[in-house]
Design a protein around this ligand. Structure first.
Ligand code: LHQ
Length: 282
């Protein structure tokens, strides 16, 4: 994809149309200390994804990509669920067959690509069940922190579908092919403990601590050398698809870009002066 190779790092434009002034119906957006939090907000249906959710997520991820003040993104859910995947009720209400290919191309895939293309850390704060494409959304974030009572449900095979929204890409990379196939085929729920053991989540916390710990974790990234973190993300994802020689060359190019940032100069200066660096994300 283009974002693997685009080295000129165009300066992000601050969008004067603040995300928080937009009238979203199905997501909530808030900012704190360089962290933007998007909360899926259809709690009665465990934040199942309907047309509006995909439209609003696409719009908001564009805002995030344009807004240089956002240095870490958190995606979480309102109520007791993280996200139950495609809204099956709205599918049932439609007349005629559901066009899965079109739904994925137009609604879901752009969200997954946009999350991966963001040059900032993205964290899923998994507050409850993540099922189907809801689990895919969590997997499309760079890091995952979950409440101890969260669980992960493939759901796809149970209703005769294949894992989608990137899950066939993310899952085997995170946990290996055989485990990924087992999980996808059985559709058995994975507990938060097992998810931690497999490396499906980075951290587990008590449910009542999740929001606080997620924000604290995100804030540490938002205070870091954002450009370097973004370039690290590019390098790591690119490495999934290329050999060592190509990767060594890619690292050399990206390190060139990192070495030209203000944060690199500040990092070295702070080291020499024996003080904490104050990174500005540029
Ligand atoms: C829901 C849903 C839901 C609507 C719970 N929709 N209301 C497909 C199409 C196109 C392209 C993209 O990709 C996909 C892939 C997919 O995402 S396919 C997978 C779709 N998701 C599922 O099959 C999961 C269905 N849900 C469940 O299996 C359970 O609800 C889970 C395991 C998530 C949670 O179980 P419980 O904790 O026991 O909660 P619950 O079942 O009682 O649900 C609570 C409410 O949420 C309930 O509403 P109600 O009005 O009866 O109180 C559910 O109907 C609603 N809900 N999932 N996907």
């Amino acid at each position: 994809p283009a974002w693997f190779c685009n080295l000129d790092l165009p300066a992000a434009q601050y969008s004067p149309m603040s995300a928080k002034t937009q009238n979203y119906e199905t997501i909530l957006v808030s900012d704190a200390a360089g962290v933007r939090t998007i909360t899926l907000n259809r709690p009665d249906d465990l934040n199942a994804i309907d047309d509006r959710v995909t439209k609003e997520l696409q719009a908001e991820l564009k805002n995030v990509a344009r807004d240089r003040t956002v240095r870490c993104l958190v995606l979480t859910g309102a109520g007791r669920g993280f996200c139950a995947g495609q809204d099956l009720k709205s599918v049932m209400k439609r007349e005629g067959p559901f066009d899965f290919t079109a739904a994925l191309r137009q609604r879901y895939n752009p969200i997954i690509s946009a999350l991966k293309a963001l040059e900032i850390p993205t964290i899923a704060g998994i507050n409850g069940v993540a099922a189907g494409a809801g689990w895919s959304l969590a997997l499309a974030c760079d890091l995952r922190i979950a409440a101890k009572n969260a669980k992960f449900v493939g759901a796809f095979s149970k209703i005769g579908l294949i894992p989608d929204s990137g899950m066939t890409w993310t899952l085997p990379r995170l946990i290996g092919l055989a485990k990924a196939l087992e999980i996808a085929w059985t559709g058995d729920a994975i507990s938060a403990d097992l998810a931690l053991q497999f490396g499906l989540v980075n951290r587990l916390v008590e449910p009542e601590e999740l929001a606080k710990v997620t924000q604290e974790w995100a804030a540490t990234f938002a205070k870091s050398a954002t450009k370097a973190l973004g370039l690290t993300k590019r390098a790591m994802y690119a490495a999934m698809g290329q050999g060592l020689d190509e990767q060594l060359e890619y690292e050399a190019q990206l390190q060139g870009a990192a070495g030209r940032t203000k944060d690199y100069s500040e990092g070295v200066k702070a080291f020499i002066e024996k003080r904490a660096a104050e990174f500005i994300g540029e």
